[in-house]
Design a protein around this ligand. Structure first.
Ligand code: PRP
Ligand code: URA
Length: 212
């Protein structure tokens, strides 16, 4: 995104294809959940390009060679409840040993301000590469609150992965946190007066969990 070197917007036909189905109001809960996970998996390849690695020795049937492997236990993902939960499986398909923390935030429908209701993070998180997961980055209030939460726990390396984002939210988070890498699958046009992303996909939590 121009002017924001830490923001990566994915431009890939496979991701675009899946987002088109995701946005469709007629896409049901089962397919919606599968798509969120698949898009996250596709994003993970690029977003974890700088995953912590170490060199190991591997015996092939023919000889021994040195090969770098990912230090999965140094990777933590933290879904922002609820909707972030839908993204966890996509990362776990690639890094099954990654640690998973949880932060519960809910936006007040009137004020659009996030309120915290739960937090459980892995032990030793301050030494891990931590990626927040939330499919929707709207006003940026929830992401900023979650980032502040992690900073207060001593986390040094924080990243954010979202599926759909509004320019207002991306700018707010990127300007407040120039050290945080932000990965988004689609950058939408704007927000409506209720803080919903346009064109967006509606309420991600409700569509994931069938609550409306
Ligand atoms: C949604 C979404 C984000 C937040 C984004 O969650 O999953 O967490 O809104 O909005 P913001 O950028 O303006 O803060 P919501 O509060 O609806 O809770 P839910 O996941 O439980 O549905
Ligand atoms: N949360 C959602 O689930 N959707 C939006 O468009 C904005 C916030």
């Amino acid at each position: 995104m121009q002017g924001y070197p830490n923001v990566t917007v994915f431009d890939h036909p496979l991701i675009g294809h899946k987002i088109a189905i995701l946005r469709n109001k007629n896409t049901g809960t089962k397919e919606f959940r599968e798509l969120i996970e698949e898009i996250t998996l596709l994003m993970t390849f690029e977003a974890f390009k700088d995953a912590p690695t170490k060199e190991t020795e591997v015996e092939t049937p023919l000889e021994t060679c040195r090969q770098r492997v990912v230090q999965e236990r140094k990777i933590a993902v933290v879904p922002i409840l609820r909707a972030g939960l839908g993204m966890v499986g996509g990362v776990q398909k690639i890094f099954p040993l990654a640690k998973v923390g949880h932060i519960g935030l809910c936006r007040d429908e009137e004020t659009m301000q996030p309120g915290a209701y739960y937090c459980k993070l892995p032990q030793g998180i301050e030494d891990m590469q931590v990626t927040l997961l939330d499919p929707m980055l709207a006003t940026g209030g929830s992401a900023n609150a979650a980032i502040e939460f992690l900073r207060n726990k001593g986390v040094g390396e924080i990243r954010l992965m979202s599926v759909i984002a509004a320019p207002q939210g991306v700018k707010k988070v990127a300007e407040a946190n120039p050290d945080v890498k932000i990965f988004i699958a689609a950058l939408d046009r704007t927000l409506n007066e209720h803080g919903y992303i346009l064109p967006g996909l509606g309420d991600a939590g409700d569509r994931l969990f069938g609550t409306k």
